[in-house]
Design a binder for this molecule. Structure first.
Ligand SMILES: Nc1ncnc2c1ncn2[C@@H]1O[C@H](COP(=O)(O)OP(=O)(O)O)[C@@H](O)[C@H]1O
Ligand SMILES: [Mg+2]
Length: 212
């Protein structure tokens, strides 16, 4: 299965979730490849590089795809070698996002309970609708960096629900420093110590919803 983490907005948590999903699939025994399709900010492959330099196992296979023209073709070839692909796409370069949407099975949109992120749904939905008019794929949103209290989470969920073409995943990913700290070490939240049980549970539920 191919899962693409994509959005027209940066800083929403695409790379953070891509790394966590890929590592959790790896632990589950899947034959997974993480594709860094963010030409300008190859953060996910940097995190994998740190993981590799530190000798952390299991080793996470990762490639950078930086040529948009051959993106679709390259993914097609990689799909023959790996059962599972997770693609992290940069925000500014919608070319890579559009290319990924021609091959993906699932588009995962992280959305935080912030006005700017809610407004940004309008930009990405146009690209999604255009891509889906040619080929259908699953579009799922996850509330990322959910707040511990207040009404912002519920308000954001209400807005996402207004989009009939977006499936909202039950549960959310909380705003937890452990996600940032783990990413900087090339680790998933379940590998990071001290253990953050709530974060681990959130990622477990996300994986269950994606690979059901
Ligand atoms: N659930 C979370 N809790 C805390 N920090 C987060 C969370 N998700 C993302 N971040 C932080 O937000 C910033 C942007 O995340 P990143 O995954 O790089 O976004 P994107 O790839 O969409 O640009 C990073 O500093 C990251 O550590
Ligand atoms: Mg990123």
């Amino acid at each position: 299965m191919i899962i693409t983490l994509g959005h027209t907005k940066g800083g929403v948590g695409k790379s953070t979730l891509a790394l966590n999903i890929a590592i959790e699939r790896l632990h589950a025994g899947s034959d997974i490849l993480l594709i860094d399709g963010d030409q300008r900010q190859t953060s996910v492959s940097k995190a994998v590089g740190i993981r590799s330099d530190a000798g952390i196992t299991p080793t996470l296979p990762c490639v950078i795809l930086d040529d948009i023209r051959s993106f679709r073709q390259q993914v097609g070839l990689l799909k023959q070698k790996y059962n599972d692909l997770v693609i992290d796409v940069g925000a500014r370069d919608t070319g890579a996002l559009r290319a990924a949407l021609t091959v993906t099975d699932v588009l995962l949109l992280p959305i935080a309970p912030e006005s700017v992120e809610i407004w940004a749904i309008e930009d990405v939905i146009e690209i999604i609708r255009e891509a889906r008019s040619i080929r259908d794929f699953r579009v799922v949103a996850i509330l990322n960096r959910a707040k511990p209290s207040g009404r912002d989470n519920a308000d954001t969920i209400a807005v996402i629900r207004e989009y009939a073409d977006i499936e909202l995943i039950q549960g959310s990913i909380g705003s937890r420093g452990a996600f940032s700290s783990a990413f900087g070490r090339g680790l998933s939240i379940s590998e990071y110590r001290p253990l953050n049980p709530k974060g681990v549970e959130e990622i477990t539920l996300l994986l269950r919803a994606l690979y059901c």
